[in-house]
Design a binder for this molecule. Structure first.
Ligand code: ADP
Ligand code: G3P
Length: 503
């Protein structure tokens, strides 16, 4: 095939720590990419915000950067036939439909400012799980519905826009598609994280809307994860259809080809999220997991559901050690530092900066480093930081076993933190199952690209998507004894106790 006749699919991966644009060929290989980190604002303890305009600017920057590299390889941007979007989920934007401008900063998924509001809502509802059989989720600080309600109660600009009838809410996918194409839409995976969608009908649910005080006209149209949402209006990609959209964790599920019930993946980015494909029916957890839409690859396609275990802090603890504490200069140092000690030396770090998410769901927990003696070194703290996400993953896996009645024998992993061999070895030690890491680590972006390619006919069906997503893997197995593992798990449980009832 001549260079000019090759075709490509782009993916915008708008994560919590950075934005990326990747250009994939039809075999699923990255031919060009660009990444830019961007800023969070921490105005008060527990608050995490982003400027929606900066998010959009970072996306424009990475699109230009990757397209330049693509051009330098002798390709033309007209060879990119569609673009998929994948995004940090739950982060909530309020904007004005007349000006197209944001009304306030976006409230990030990990922000816990709504803690008191959540307690009030749980009291009104009678239980945190009052709507779980409708939307799959407990009432917590995590989801968009509580963030929208907080904005409606506290932000004068949002209140004024409601009065004018120009208030529009959206998650990051909606904001990006709106800015890129002018259309006001979301996909089922993102909508399933708002608490406002009925996860069986994929429609906004009246009772949930009323409970959170959000109006139907203030929300986007819900669409499948693979269809044309509109064409990009301007810039390097003008005219290219946006044709795939998935929340980042669901995109990783597609990128790791977890298409069959019983397949699971764990993505270690800013936070860490395990999704377990439960097939065509939602399963409601009795053990602190969330029920979520896995994907719906086309308007007429059968949707797949997932059980999810969410960990609020993973890579962000490493960023904290780098940016706020100065223990390391770069993220990749953490693994080497952790490896400089034999074990955790009795030190545990419960990274509950935003409370503890699954399976604990304790918004009164706060970060705690316990078990310190004068023996403890920087190495022990580094190791305890990596162990923290691994113990939480173990707790989630145990909950998944109970909910699904299935024994998971291998865990597919991806995300920035999986670049650390040491972290993945610790994970295998703690789980005592095979941990499998693909060589192609950009699985989130690949998932969005696969959806976008499927929608415009570049790939025909799931079978082809599976072929494209194939990658060489490295496998990690436990190297510690059962006794050692039991002792570590006991230490962790005790440390979790110490972090509770703090905020
Ligand atoms: N070699 C490494 N060792 C440990 N952590 C790493 C390494 N490389 C990146 N990370 C962590 O991965 C996170 C970014 O992962 P990424 O998947 O890009 O996140 P997101 O999608 O949330 O933006 C950062 O928090 C960073 O600290
Ligand atoms: O930015 P990540 O990759 O940690 O993902 C954020 C999640 O989508 C939040 O639910």
């Amino acid at each position: 095939m001549s260079k000019e006749s090759e075709i490509f699919v782009g993916a915008i991966d708008q994560g919590t720590s950075s934005s990326r644009f990747l250009i994939f060929d039809t075999k699923g290989q990255v031919v060009a990419s660009h990444q830019a980190e961007y800023q969070n604002f921490y105005a008060k303890a527990g608050w995490v915000e982003k400027d929606p305009d900066q998010i959009m600017e970072s996306v424009e920057t990475v699109v230009v950067g990757a397209c330049r590299r693509f051009n330098a390889l002798g390709y033309d941007v007209s060879q990119i036939k569609s673009v998929g979007i994948t995004n940090q989920r739950e982060t909530t934007v309020a904007f004005d439909s007349e000006t197209g401008e944001p009304l306030t900063n976006a409230i990030v998924w990990s922000d816990v400012r709504t803690k008191d509001l959540v307690h009030r809502l749980v009291e009104d509802a009678g239980s945190a799980t009052r709507f779980a059989s409708i939307n799959g989720l407990p009432i917590t600080t995590y989801f968009s519905g509580t963030k929208m309600r907080w904005m409606l109660e506290n932000v004068p600009e949002v209140q004024a826009a409601r009065e004018r009838g120009t208030l529009r809410f959206g998650t990051i996918d909606t904001w990006l598609i709106y800015k890129l194409t002018g259309n006001y839409v979301t996909d089922v995976t993102n909508a399933s994280r708002t608490m406002l969608m009925d996860i069986k009908t994929f429609k906004w649910h009246d009772e949930c809307l009323e409970f959170f005080g959000v109006r139907r006209e203030e929300l986007p149209e819900i669409r499948s994860s693979a269809e044309v949402y509109g064409k990009i209006l301007e810039g390097r990609l003008a005219g290219v259809p946006v044709a795939g959209c998935l929340g980042d964790q669901q995109a990783a599920m597609v990128g790791q080809s977890c298409f069959d019930a019983g397949e699971a993946k764990n993505t270690y980015g800013t936070g860490c999220f395990m999704l377990f494909n439960t097939g065509e029916e939602p399963i409601f957890s009795k053990n602190g997991l969330l029920t979520t839409v896995g994907y719906q690859l086309g308007p007429d396609a059968t949707p797949k559901y997932a059980l999810e275990g969410s960990i609020a802090v993973a890579g962000s603890a490493i960023q904290w050690l780098r940016d706020k504490i100065g223990l390391i200069f770069s993220a990749d140092e953490i693994g080497f530092l952790a490896d400089s000690v034999e074990d955790n030396g009795g030190v545990y770090f419960v990274t509950a900066f935003s409370g503890l998410f699954a399976p604990y769901w304790r918004d009164d927990a706060r970060g705690a480093i316990v078990g310190l003696t004068q023996y403890a070194t920087r190495g022990h703290i580094a190791r305890a930081t990596l162990e923290s996400v691994c113990y939480q993953t173990r707790a989630i896996l145990d909950a998944m076993r109970k909910d699904s009645g299935t024994e998971l024998r291998r865990l597919r992993v991806d995300g920035g933190l999986t670049n650390s061999n040491q972290a993945m070895q610790i994970q295998a030690d703690i789980l005592n199952i095979e941990v499998v890491r693909p060589e192609m680590r950009e699985t989130t972006a690949l998932g969005a690209a696969l959806a976008a390619g499927l929608a415009v006919g570049i790939w025909k069906d799931q079978h082809e998507l599976r072929q494209v997503a194939q990658s060489n893997v490295s496998a990690f197995w436990s190297r510690i004894s059962d006794e050692k593992r039991d002792e570590m798990l006991k230490g962790w449980d005790k440390a979790v106790e110490r972090s509770l009832d703090w905020a």
